[in-house]
Design a protein around this ligand. Structure first.
Ligand SMILES: C[S@@+](CC[C@H](N)C(=O)[O-])C[C@H]1O[C@@H](n2cnc3c(N)ncnc32)[C@H](O)[C@@H]1O
Length: 353
C-alpha cells in the first residue's frame, strides 16, 4: 500500500484559493482564451489583450493565473494551451468541458457557499438560490427562464465526458429495449443507439426535461429509435416490455430508502432475463476518496435533494441484495472520473454465464 503523503503548508494554497482557481478557469472559458490559443498558438500578451478586448493589465493577471494553474504554457513571450486542452479540442470534448465549467459557474458556484449550513441542517440549503417551494432542484428548473436548457446542456456534457463506461464497457449483445429512468436531455440514449444500432431506448422523465430530450432526439435524426415517456419515477408504474432498465446519474440524488424503492420497482418492471444498470460516479468503499467524488460532494450536499450522495459501490450492492436481485457485478474502464456501472440481474443466470 502506498502511504499518503502528509499535507504541507504549500498544499494549503489551492485549498485557500480554490474559489480563485475556479474563477481563473471560468474567466478563460468565458473570454474564449483557449479558442484563441488553439487558433493562434504563440500569441503574445499584447496580442491576446487586443483579441480578447481586455486592458493589458487584465490580460497579464489572467495569463499569470492560467499559466500558474498549467492551463496555458509560456514559451518565450508567447502562450499556448496545455497539452490536455489541445487534446480536448482534437477529440471534440473541449466544448463539453466548457459547458461543465459554465454549469459550475452558473448553477453550482453560489449555492456552494451554503455548504456549512447544509451540513448542519442535513438539507440542501443551496436550493434557496432558485425560486420555488419544492425540495429538489429538478422541479425548480422551470421556475427560471433558460435554466432548464442551461442545466441539461451541462448535464449532457457531464454525461458525454463520463459515459464511455456505460456505452463501451457494457455488453449490449443480449439487450433490445432500454428504459432510461430520469433520462433527462437524452444524451445517453442518443449515445447508446448511435454506438449500438440494434438498441431502442425510451427516455422517461418529467415533461420539462422531455421537451429538451425531444429536441435533441429530433436534431440527432433518431426519432425512429428513441421515444419518450412522461412519468414520475416514484409515483407512476414503469411501462413493461424492456429487457434493460437504466438509472444514469439518478441513484446519487435520493436517500437509501428511495434508491431501494426505485431498484425494487425496476426489478418488477424489467424482463426476468434482462438486467438493470446503475451508472454514476462512486466513492471508494473505504471512505477515503477519490478526490473528484469528495469535491463533487459539495454540489450534492447543497443542491439536488436533501439526501443526494455519491454513495460507495458497496451501498448499491447492498440495496440490490435487499431487493432480491440474484446477482450483480461492477464495471469500470479507468479514466479520470470515478464513474462506473453496476449491472444487476433479476435471475441467477447472468449474461456472462
Ligand atoms: C442528474 S439528472 C440525470 C439526467 C440523465 N440521466 C443523465 O445522466 O444525463 C436527473 C434526472 O432525473 C429527473 N427526475 C428527477 N426527479 C424525477 C421524478 N420524480 N420523476 C421523473 N424524473 C425525475 C430529472 O428531471 C433529471 O432529468
Amino acid at each position: 500500500m502506498t502511504a499518503t503523503p502528509h499535507l504541507t503548508m504549500a498544499d494549503l494554497v489551492p485549498l485557500l484559493f480554490g474559489h480563485a482557481a475556479f474563477q481563473q478557469l471560468n474567466a478563460a472559458c468565458e473570454l474564449r482564451l483557449p479558442e484563441l490559443l488553439h487558433e493562434r498558438p504563440g500569441s503574445t500578451r499584447e496580442e491576446i489583450a487586443k483579441e480578447l478586448e481586455l486592458p493589458e493589465r487584465s490580460a497579464a493577471v489572467l495569463l499569470l493565473g492560467t499559466t500558474s494553474l498549467r492551463l496555458t504554457v509560456k514559451q518565450g513571450d508567447g502562450y499556448a494551451n496545455a497539452f490536455v486542452v489541445e487534446a480536448a479540442f482534437d477529440d471534440g470534448t473541449w466544448t463539453h468541458l466548457r459547458d461543465i465549467v459554465e454549469f459550475q459557474a452558473r448553477i453550482a458556484y453560489a449555492p456552494a457557499a451554503e455548504y456549512t449550513a447544509s451540513l448542519r441542517a442535513g438539507e440542501n440549503l443551496g436550493l434557496r438560490h432558485f425560486p420555488g417551494r419544492t425540495r429538489d432542484l429538478y422541479s425548480r428548473l422551470a421556475g427560471t427562464p433558460g435554466l432548464e436548457e442551461l442545466f441539461y446542456k451541462g448535464m449532457n456534457s457531464w454525461s458525454r465526458i463520463s459515459n464511455p463506461v456505460l456505452i463501451d464497457g457494457v455488453d449490449y449483445g443480449g439487450v433490445r429495449r432500454i428504459l432510461d429512468i430520469g433520462g433527462g436531455g437524452g444524451l445517453n440514449a442518443i449515445a447508446l443507439v448511435t454506438a449500438h444500432p440494434h438498441l431502442r431506448v425510451t427516455v422517461l422523465d418529467r415533461p420539462g426535461a422531455l421537451e429538451v430530450a425531444e429536441h435533441n432526439i429530433r436534431e440527432a435524426g433518431l426519432t425512429d429509435r428513441i421515444d419518450t415517456h412522461a412519468a414520475d419515477i416514484f409515483d407512476d408504474e414503469y411501462p413493461p416490455g424492456y429487457d434493460c432498465v437504466l438509472f444514469a446519474h439518478q441513484l446519487v440524488i435520493w436517500s437509501a430508502a428511495q434508491n431501494r424503492a426505485l431498484l425494487a420497482k425496476a426489478l418488477r418492471a424489467v424482463d426476468p432475463t434482462g438486467r438493470v444498470l446503475i451508472f454514476n460516479a462512486f466513492s471508494d468503499d473505504d471512505g477515503a476518496g477519490p478526490l473528484y467524488t469528495a469535491l463533487d460532494g459539495v454540489y450534492f450536499t447543497t443542491l439536488p435533494f436533501e439526501s443526494s450522495t455519491i454513495y460507495p459501490w458497496r451501498a448499491y450492492e447492498g440495496w440490490l441484495d435487499e431487493c432480491g436481485y440474484a446477482a450483480h457485478r461492477r464495471i469500470t474502464i479507468g479514466g479520470w472520473t470515478p464513474h462506473g456501472v453496476v449491472e444487476a440481474y433479476p435471475t441467477a443466470a447472468t449474461p456472462s454465464d
